[in-house]
Design a protein around this ligand. Structure first.
Ligand code: C5P
Length: 398
């Protein structure tokens, strides 16, 4: 199961040292649910063997335009029609140049030319080659024709140079291509998402907060935007950059977050509470910095409003979804929380594991709604966000 479930992807591999990463890319595309077939240029076979790619993809690799046996099994035109998407990774300067010229002088370029499907190029080359005007012009030419370019990354290169030209990591490629299959399931819907921690002042220089990175809420905002929603991201302080198609409402305290959310409720179809709201705040906040004269001090705290519960009890409540980060009895505590907060669904995750949850790029969650609990696989936060958004969209009454 994954966001690429049932998607048919043709992975083209051209001749560059980054071709070794293409093997991992096959696996990651499959993990995301895609069926993968591989086409290689002759130069690519000098870097990684077709046998490796065949073993990983589970299908013979497409190599030669003029091989009657291979063409009889699945010809290049058939392959071009089969693919929902073509990814060329790595895409060399030479391959991009041939594509820009409309050439069809090997199986991969011919298939790209013949296919009506979206085409993604993941360039990988020496930084000098990437910076050449000829390469940049070719990239701009194919981009103008609707080809998607992912990367390149910058950094140290196999040849010893440092600069732009590194192939994007397979996980980043999978995340980006998943976004190409925009479902439109939230077209015309308004979605409000809370994200990040809140900060509660102790005095003008100190505050209480928590370790929330905001990554899950920001990934949900990306997925909601991709699904076509008018997306409002009410966020506490984070180091993240909000999706530029979402409207960011920056807040600091729980009280501010509540006020911002209530102000956005009109017309809202879906409310997702991914923020880690501080449960308590200091009762009194002096206007001057507290001096450390006493050996000990006591802070009197008061409960903060429960934002998601307040939204869920509103007479014109949207579909309301919460999160539950637990360290024990995950399903029971989360299920109780769903009922006590009056939520349509709650997404439970075990934050006792260091690999998932707070600050991690990955997450594994249990989705709990009125019909029961469903464990989702370990996914990147962006893949997970897309799956969750699809499930949430399904709850909105048309
Ligand atoms: O009660 P607990 O903090 O475990 O509940 C977590 C869920 O409730 C999350 O969805 C969180 O965003 C939301 N929440 C809230 N306002 C609070 C506390 C939690 O919206 N004050």
């Amino acid at each position: 199961m994954g966001y690429l479930t049932n998607k048919r992807i043709l992975l083209g591999v051209t001749g560059g040292i980054a071709a070794y990463k293409s093997a991992d890319l096959v696996r990651r595309l499959q993990d995301a649910g895609a069926g993968v077939r591989v086409a290689m240029t002759p130069a690519a076979t000098e870097f990684i063997t077709p046998l490796t790619m065949q073993a990983l993809s589970g299908h013979p690799v497409h190599l030669d335009l003029l091989d009657p046996a291979a063409e009889a099994a699945m010809g290049h035109i058939e392959l071009a029609r089969w693919a929902d998407l073509i990814i060329v990774a790595p895409a060399t300067a030479d391959f991009i140049a041939r594509l820009a010229n409309g050439e069809a002088n090997d199986l991969l370029s011919t298939t790209c030319l013949a296919s009506p499907s979206p085409l993604v190029l993941v360039p990988a080359m020496n930084q000098g080659m990437w910076r050449k005007e000829s390469t940049l012009t070719n990239v701009a030419t194919v981009q103008k024709r609707g080809v998607h370019i992912l990367g390149p990354d910058s950094g140290s290169q196999a040849c010893g140079d440092i600069g732009p030209g590194r192939m994007l990591e397979p996980s980043a490629i999978v995340d980006a291509v998943s976004g190409l299959f925009n479902t439109g399931v939230l077209n015309g819907r308004k979605v409000v998402i809370t994200a990040g921690p809140t900060r509660e002042a102790i005095d003008p220089v100190r505050y209480i907060s928590n370790h929330s990175s905001g990554k899950m809420g920001y990934a949900l905002a990306d997925a909601a935007v991709e699904a076509g929603a008018e997306t409002i991201l009410v966020s506490g302080p984070t180091n993240l950059v909000a999706n530029d198609r979402a409207r960011l409402v920056p807040v600091t305290t729980a009280d501010e977050m509540l006020a911002a959310c209530m102000a956005e409720l009109s017309g809202c179809a879906l409310f997702i509470a991914a923020a880690a709201v501080c449960d308590y705040r200091p009762v009194e906040v002096p206007t001057q910095k507290i001096k450390k004269t006493a050996e000990s001090m006591t802070l009197l705290l008061t409960r903060n409003p429960d934002i998601v519960a307040t939204v869920a009890r509103h007479p014109q409540r949207p579909i309301t979804i919460g999160f539950a980060a637990e360290t024990a009895n995950l399903r029971q505590y989360a299920s109780d929380k769903r009922l006590s907060k009056n939520l349509d669904a709650i997404i439970a995750n075990d934050v006792s594991s260091p690999d998932i949850g707070f600050n991690s790029d990955h997450n594994q969650v249990v989705w709990i709604d009125a019909s029961g609990a469903e464990q989702l696989p370990v996914l990147s936060k962006s893949q997970l966000a897309r799956q969750l958004i699809a499930k949430m969209a399904g709850m909105i009454v048309p």
